[in-house]
Design a protein around this ligand. Sequence first.
Ligand SMILES: [Zn+2]
Length: 431
Amino acid sequence: MSRYLHPEVETLPRSRLEALQLELLRKQVERLYHQSAFYRERWAGIPREIRGLEDLARFPLITKADLRQEQQTHPPLGRYTLVPPEGWQEYHPSSGTTGFPVGTVWSRKDAENIAEVTARTLFGFGLRPGDVLLNGFSYGLWVAGMAVHYAAAKLGIFILPVGAGQTERHLELMARFRPKALTATPSFGLYLAEALRARGMDSPLAIGAFGGEAGTENPATRRRLEEALGIRAYDYYGLAEMGPTFAAECEAQAGLHFAEDHYLVEVVDPETKEPLPEGKMGVLVLTHLTREATPLVRYYTGDLAVLTKEPCSCGRTHLRALGGILGRADDLVVYRGAKFYPTQVEQVVRAFPELSSEYRIEVVEEGGVARQVTVVAELAQQREDAEGLAKALQGRLKEALGVTPEVRLEAPGTLERTAFKAKRVVRYVRA
Ligand SMILES: [Zn+2]
């Protein structure tokens, strides 16, 4: 059996893939211009003719704040919601934000496409018809639980629809049906592993796909998941506004492949908002090529990534975000003319075997300007020559960041363990 569910799409040569994207983009832009007052207003004065994919850069970015304002002004879902209510299948709000939630609806066709793309990812992880899948993604308003459920049904997989939490139920069904795969957040995956160990149970799993929060892209976390559950752990990415599970790792675990036949993927400079070439870290900007109900063109995600179109050893041609999602653009530190992200500090800290993998960046700001930046790292074990080690770390940070931060080393186990959605940058404002 093939390693791809949709080989004709997944291995389409890039020239043909980009020709397909261009055709879909032209149709989407024309449709939105004619049917949506929201887009017509935003695109006033912009030439609509699209000769190549690079012409997309003419169109303005859309932020979550723009969508929130539009939905509040034009309830219930704003003027970019194009399918009439009788064509809606289900509602999914944005998650984890304060204030008015931005709503998204899937038309029946949208739900069908989401199920197709998600089925492709499950197949890529190694699931086959007749396998058993324990779905630990939350069911209901959150997007990923439903997407995995629909995809499993499509593939002929036996699904145990437990959802998030309910650890005892997960354990009972693991013992009873010996599922091959688990879908969950990485923190729940680690929690389940602990619960199995505490009860002296073995893990029946061979595959884990983790999303909904950061973690799996971190090598140390991935190793913990793989060892504790006896699995290959894969990273998954999605967003309520854009859709669930449209970017996933393949068996090579070499970055997130995007479903480029449904999504157009760009990376832009967080400050100038200009498109960046492959290999440069910037903010992911996504465009729906096929979405019917709540289509977005150039949605500014705030998530940082580095893209590559280099061929992957799996044979898939769809572009990848190397190392997964690398953090949030809000975490940029500007200090004495240098600019850096926590991931750059992380790479330096984790190259020191004498240090634990925990770290924090403390920024003291005055009048909106960073006056002092301290990298706080933690000793793996208590030691005498901590001062020399601090100096060595400072030197390496200077090379990597182009600026010299203060360095402080804490005793082992001092820094808070919040491996997931860990807050790496702590800002203090000096009056
Ligand atoms: Zn691949």
